[in-house]
Design a protein around this ligand. Sequence first.
Ligand SMILES: Nc1ncnc2c1ncn2[C@@H]1O[C@H](COP(=O)(O)OP(=O)(O)OP(=O)(O)O)[C@@H](O)[C@H]1O
Ligand SMILES: [Mg+2]
Length: 235
Amino acid sequence: MVDILKIERLKGGYGGSEIVRDIDLAVAAGEGVALVGPNGAGKSTFLKIVSGLLPAQSGAILVHGEDASRWTSAALVRSGLVHVPEGRQVFPGLSVEENLWLGGYAAPHRRRELREQVLEIFPKLGQRLRQAADTMSGGEQQMLAIGRGLMAAPRLLMIDEPTLGLAPVVVDSLIEALATVRERLGIALLMVEQNAMLAKEVCHLAYVMVGGKIVLKGQTESLTQEDLMKAYAGH
Ligand SMILES: Nc1ncnc2c1ncn2[C@@H]1O[C@H](COP(=O)(O)OP(=O)(O)OP(=O)(O)O)[C@@H](O)[C@H]1O
Ligand SMILES: [Mg+2]
């Protein structure tokens, strides 16, 4: 089967600076892949390059087997790659309903069906449809950010640190929702998560990034805290 996303020897950063180097990574249809690593490793930079927000300096980005290195963000979204960035970037003054509606720009004819799907996965959003996004709790804003991503009908959802700063009970419900997204809707996930043990719940494969490079790749099931500490320390 052709991978939804295949990255080969990818290099990139801001301006001339090289932040990520020699990245090889693949995500197949319906698969859950975690990207873990310490602060400043380059995880968010990597997602920005893959989603077309930053140009790649070299290497290949293949989407369904096609060279997508020069595709615009909009073209990548249309091909099913949707990025939910760090920091729950919802449209603050707009309601939940309006945020979801705008998220549906890439699949306008499927808006109603996708909205139903999102409200089934995040019933709380259904109770908050008229509320301004920035007046909701952090957990609800994260649900909305993911919901908005789902409105674009992704084949692969790339999520940057969805659980950061949230209370454990909220984290649990978000992780459960992401498991549903993958298992029931068959949407592949590429998830950046500081807490590798948490990523295990949704992702079977993990890549560990340190200093802009992938230093370890393995099944999440067998990944231990000790493996991570060693990788982070450069052993
Ligand atoms: N807009 C920017 N311009 C220049 N350098 C940047 C920019 N954003 C991030 N960097 C630098 O790129 C490097 C990687 O940052 P990045 O945000 O990708 O790391 P990260 O792994 O996502 O970290 P975190 O876990 O803290 O989110 C850091 O050295 C950071 O200072
Ligand atoms: Mg980051």
